[in-house]
Design a protein around this ligand. Structure first.
Ligand SMILES: *Cc1c(COP(=O)(O)O)cnc(C)c1O
Length: 392
């Protein structure tokens, strides 16, 4: 017999890194549902339902709200390549890896890039955005709402006012924030927003929900040149998701089943309850690592609740801690990126992974590993501090 290997049997992991997060069994079950055609009237109904659920989670009435085929980065590329043209002035706020990625894509689209650089580990001050807009005819300002590389939350409302006062479009990366903390597309007057399925939406990676305001749709309609990417051209993809139902590319059917189910799970819990759960588990984790003498990279008030950038201290061995968490506790956390490599752990509490059980197991495991590395920790202190946070 040919060598067909053994059955696929990956270990069960607790996914507490920067994504993917753990997936609800209901979502996995939905993915195992029989396929139907991508133009089957029953599938068109499922598409409409998924769009409706997406609008509820994005808090928007935008007609153009669809899941782009591809991971979060495909949504980033979609928004940029559809809304900018060669020579356009585009401001990108950069205070981490994902801002850098947007800047790279802007340059690849031959637009004129204006970078607003902020300190990594801090939010971008609105005044810096205003300064960049002064005296220029900027078409679009791009900013990351939840910077997963540093654990920073970016306040959006003041920046949105500034951007629109200058007649520009606002593009927001909500890959990590959507489904974990408030993302108010209409209320904050966001023109284009993209997310990803494997962070706080807790579905497998593979789709990037994207929404465009009417203002953004007008910009797309009035382009002088074709969108340079055929696959991500929303004027064509929109005709499949809209009334026309024109074939463009085959929809990833099973992933759309998965997204539909993940969105149902989210809305059944309720957005407010879900955000409160993320906040509570975040507070407990911060209290627990604090008791072990570890602080977070961003200052209080600028922290994400779904991604905790914990500063490594006391001579802990970064790689050894992460590899022991994985091998002995089957728990994945992330290492630092870029200038924070070896300096922070990125502990995700996203969607299904944001649970009290996960927080307490992580703290107990970390305490044990640190203590075995010869670092002085008070036994039981992390659990005690976290438990106190849970009992208020
Ligand atoms: C994960 C992430 C992305 C990229 O998503 P992929 O699914 O890895 O392509 C983009 N932006 C932010 C803020 C992210 O956290």
């Amino acid at each position: 017999m040919a060598n067909v290997l053994s059955d696929l049997n990956p270990p069960r992991r607790i996914l507490m890194g920067p994504g993917p997060s753990n997936v609800n069994p209901r979502v996995l079950k939905a993915m195992a549902t029989p396929l139907i055609g991508h133009l089957d009237p029953e599938f068109l109904k499922i598409m409409n339902e998924t769009q409706d659920l997406l609008r509820q989670v994005f808090k928007t009435k935008n007609r153009f709200t669809i899941p782009v085929s591809g991971t979060g980065s495909s949504g980033m590329e979609t928004c940029l390549c559809n809304l900018i043209e060669e020579g356009d002035e585009v401001v990108v706020c950069v205070n981490g890896v994902f801002g850098m990625r947007m800047a790279d894509i802007v340059e690849r689209n031959r637009a004129s890039l204006i970078k607003v650089e902020g300190e990594w580990g801090r939010a971008i001050p609105a005044e810096k955005v205003e300064e960049a807009l002064k005296g220029r005819k900027v078409k679009l300002v791009a900013i990351v709402h939840a910077e997963t590389s540093t654990g920073v939350l970016q306040p959006m409302e003041q920046i949105s006012r500034i951007v629109h006062d200058h007649g520009a479009l606002l593009l927001v990366d909500s890959v990590t924030s959507l489904g974990g903390c408030p993302v108010e597309v209409d209320e904050w007057d966001i023109d284009a927003c993209y997310s990803g399925t494997q962070k706080c939406l807790s579905a497998p990676p593979g789709l990037s929900p994207v929404t465009f305001s009417d203002r953004a749709m007008k910009v797309l309609e009035k382009r002088k040149t074709k969108v340079p990417s055929w696959y991500l051209d929303m004027s064509m993809v929109g005709k499949y998701w809209g009334k026309e139902r024109v074939y463009h590319h085959t929809a990833p059917i099973s992933m759309i089943y998965a997204l539909r189910e993940a969105l149902r799970v989210i809305l059944e819990e309720g957005l407010e309850a879900r955000f409160a759960r993320h906040q509570l588990n975040h507070r407990a984790l911060v209290a627990g690592v604090g008791a072990l003498g570890l602080g977070l990279l961003p200052p209080e008030g600028e922290r994400l609740c779904m991604l905790n950038a914990v500063k490594i201290a006391g001579g802990a061995d970064d790689a050894a801690v992460r590899s022991r968490l994985l091998s002995e506790f089957s728990m994945e956390i992330g290492g630092g990126l870029g200038e924070f490599k070896g300096k922070v752990w990125r502990v995700g509490l996203m969607g299904e992974s944001s649970t009290r059980a996960n927080v307490l197991l992580f703290l107990a495991a970390l305490e044990q590993i640190l203590s075995e590395q010869g670092i002085k920790v008070k036994k039981g202190s992390a659990i005690e501090a976290a438990s106190a946070a849970y009992s208020v």
